[in-house]
Design a protein around this ligand. Structure first.
Ligand SMILES: [Fe+2]
Ligand SMILES: [Fe+2]
Length: 161
């Protein structure tokens, strides 16, 4: 049902792109970088899609997931508040991605709606967008929990000294 080979080939082709690799230099709030986060979201999207009883567009899912946070700035040195970043970065990511790649309507929808319901008017309109939006929330929550645990452990270690 789900063509895993097609998904992986599409993702691998994107990972070779120098602009995509640039995401490694941009840090995120929870400590990782945009590249590792996006790759995590792509892999989680595949894990969800593989289990679904209906067809999902493998190419669009892989590309939309990998490009959903293609905003190309670090959250440490951004000109926005966290709230503004949350609302604006889907559009910024879409503009950057469409300058670099020829996007399908589904890929555009995945990128622009992934923060819904924070971006009120950009609701996911296809199943691929719902999958990436869920995968993103799952991965981001896990990153925050891990970062919180790391900081708590560090705090306790420092106090014992
Ligand atoms: Fe995002
Ligand atoms: Fe994300």
């Amino acid at each position: 049902m789900f063509d895993e080979k097609l998904f992986r080939e599409t993702l691998d082709a994107l990972l070779r792109d120098p602009e995509i690799r640039k995401m490694k230099q941009y840090h995120q709030h929870a400590g990782g970088n945009t590249y590792s986060h996006s790759l995590d979201v792509a892999r989680t999207s595949m894990a969800i899609a593989r289990r679904l009883p209906f067809h999902v567009k493998e190419r669009d899912l892989a590309r939309g997931a990998m490009l959903h946070d293609f905003y190309l700035y670090g959250t440490d040195d951004m000109p926005y508040t966290a709230y503004q970043h949350g609302r604006r970065h889907p559009q910024v990511s879409y503009e950057n991605a469409s300058r670099r790649f020829r996007l399908t309507a589904t890929e555009k929808d995945i990128i622009t709606s992934h923060m819904w319901p924070l971006t009120l008017t950009h609701m996911p309109r296809c199943r691929e967008s719902v999958i990436v939006s869920l995968a993103d929330k799952y991965c981001a929550s896990r990153e925050f929990i891990l970062a919180f645990r790391r900081r708590a452990r560090q705090f306790l270690t420092d106090r014992r000294r």
